[in-house]
Design a protein around this ligand. Structure first.
Ligand code: 6PG
Length: 238
């Protein structure tokens, strides 16, 4: 399956909720729906997980959900260059909250080997992704500066055709500095992309995004557009 080029212009659908708990439930149902749809059509569900702290509760809700876990294939949108069991690893957060307790075959969970160093890990992960085609669903967070995954303002976003699937980030402004990120191009090669944003500290990034400022999150432009799940307050404030 050739990877579809991302749209030059990102189409955004804003889904606002009065409270975090409602947003998390809506996100859970959207993820489970996407999985059922993918599995019924193709027999598998390829999902990219967001890092940071925002998605933790959704992962805990997935732990208790009923799904055809044997058909789920787990990838990560980015990873910090830390030991695999380090508390700050995105893969560790997802494992504790969900993956260690789900009946997903371990061979279908693909952490980024960031402990091997950003450059080596980016090359290895690009190979891991080589035969995957379009992701069924990509989950992403949003940083206060408008970053997403480990794609930061003023840094290489990997948003040109031919960009590698995974890029090494040697100097991230959000610690730790050494990271690996899927490129904007690869994150855009998805049937569906969902951003989860719940923290008032993201207000400026949301305002910039809605004004059309080219924050890194705006570089994620799948053909089907992106769905941003956020709290009412973030949508109403200017
Ligand atoms: C990371 C994440 C990063 C995160 C945002 C939001 O490794 O730090 O991938 O992109 O999603 O920084 O982080 P919070 O959810 O903790 O606010």
């Amino acid at each position: 399956m050739p990877l579809l080029n991302s749209n030059p212009h990102q189409q955004c659908r804003w889904h606002a909720y009065p409270a975090t708990a409602e947003l998390e439930q809506a996100a859970l149902q959207a993820i489970l729906h996407a999985a059922r749809q993918a599995i019924s059509l193709r027999g598998t569900f390829h999902i990219v997980l967001a890092g940071g702290t925002t998605p933790r509760r959704v992962y805990e809700l997935l732990r208790k959900a009923d799904a055809d876990w044997a058909a789920w294939h787990i990838y990560f949108g980015d990873e910090r260059c830390l030991p695999p069991d380090h508390a700050e690893r995105n893969s560790r957060m997802a494992a504790l909250a969900w993956l260690d307790h789900a009946a997903i075959p371990s061979s279908q969970i693909h952490p980024i080997p960031a402990e091997r160093g950003a450059g080596i890990a980016a090359n290895i992960y690009a190979q891991t992704l080589a035969g995957i085609g379009l992701f069924d669903l990509v989950l992403l967070g949003l940083g206060e500066d408008g970053h997403t995954a480990s794609l930061f303002p003023g840094h290489d976003l990997g948003n040109t055709p031919g960009a590698p699937a995974a890029i090494a980030v040697p100097d991230a402004p959000k610690p730790p500095p050494q990271r690996v990120s899927l490129s904007a191009q690869r994150l855009s090669a998805a049937r569906q992309v969902m951003f989860l944003v719940t923290d008032a500290a993201k207000q400026q990034a949301i305002n910039d995004w809605r004004k059309g400022v080219n924050i890194p999150a705006a570089a994620i432009a799948p053909v089907s557009g992106v769905d941003i799940y956020l709290e009412n307050g973030l949508l109403d404030h200017r």
